[in-house]
Ligand binder design. Structure first.
Ligand code: NI
Length: 173
């Protein structure tokens, strides 16, 4: 089932999320809902707080369908960056909670991430390029951090003002 995506600014997007203690069918349904919501948007990543659930859960799929890559939906409970490269990379990032706004953000180019998969099995994988950027962006959400928090205050405020206006216009519509 598709869930509504919260738009910045929203206090729930600024909260640190709690680790998931035990995997349950309810959490697996939530993960499936998040994947459906993400693909529908369309987007390449979504974090639970973006649908108002303050659990440490993210989903992502950065496979490039245009290049003939098969979909690779990943569900990560309690994801953690356990190592990151000194080498850095700049990507133009966006966010489903900040529609139509994009800005360059610099992050480590390669990261090792550990997480629990939907069966509760501990996984560890090295991510590079767009996958690395996306997984770091989504994990940031679990700590109440948005990509605009990396920007200069003036640029951040400008984007926030646009989002306030967008939400006001939507509420009136
Ligand atoms: Ni985001």
């Amino acid at each position: 089932m598709k869930r509504p995506i919260l738009i910045h600014p929203d206090p729930r997007l600024k909260k640190a999320c709690a680790p998931v203690p035990d995997l349950s069918d309810k959490l697996r349904v939530l993960a499936d809902d998040m994947l459906e919501t993400m693909y529908d948007a369309p987007g390449i990543g979504l974090a639970a707080p973006q649908i108002g659930v303050l659990d440490r859960l993210i989903v992502l799929d950065c496979a490039k369908a245009d290049d003939g890559e098969a979909p690779r939906p990943l569900v990560m409970f309690n994801p953690q960056v356990v190592a990151s490269s000194d080498e850095r990379n700049v990507y133009e990032e966006g966010c489903l909670s900040i529609p139509d706004q994009y800005a360059e953000v610099e992050r480590p180019k390669v990261v090792d991430v550990e997480w629990l998969d939907r069966d509760g099995t501990l996984q560890r994988e090295t991510f590079d390029g767009l996958w690395a950027t996306c997984v770091q962006h989504e994990i940031d959400h679990l700590d109440g951090k948005l990509f605009i928090d990396y920007l200069k205050p003036l640029k951040r405020q400008m984007i926030t003002r646009k989002m306030v206006k967008l939400k006001r216009d939507r509420a009136r519509a």
